[in-house]
Ligand binder design. Sequence first.
Ligand code: FES
Length: 114
Amino acid sequence: MCREEDLRDGAVRTARLGLDADGLPVLALLLRDESGDIVAYRNLCRHLPVPLDGGTGELLSEDGAHLICGTHGATYRLHDGYCVDGPCEGMTLQPLYVREDRGDLYVSDAPDSR
Ligand code: FES
């Protein structure tokens, strides 16, 4: 998705990974959490099958401290994708798998078998 050094705090990289078993696009979010650790989630709310940004690309709260649902204002912690406020409160974004290879970051919806 990008080089590790290019993934800066406050930035969210996105990519489409294909379709899931229901035919919905698997949209990946790759970002750094509050501690600078790299995390990835599927861009899909757990209470309605819609992307958090509704296609706008606006994914972070103004202070950059949370991922947000642009439609409902739900807020999610960066480090675990847990929804702390909003219609999906108590639910967690689907985590994706991140692999680093010589500084390149890859994201997938299944563990890497290599
Ligand atoms: S779609 Fe679930 S909080 Fe907006």
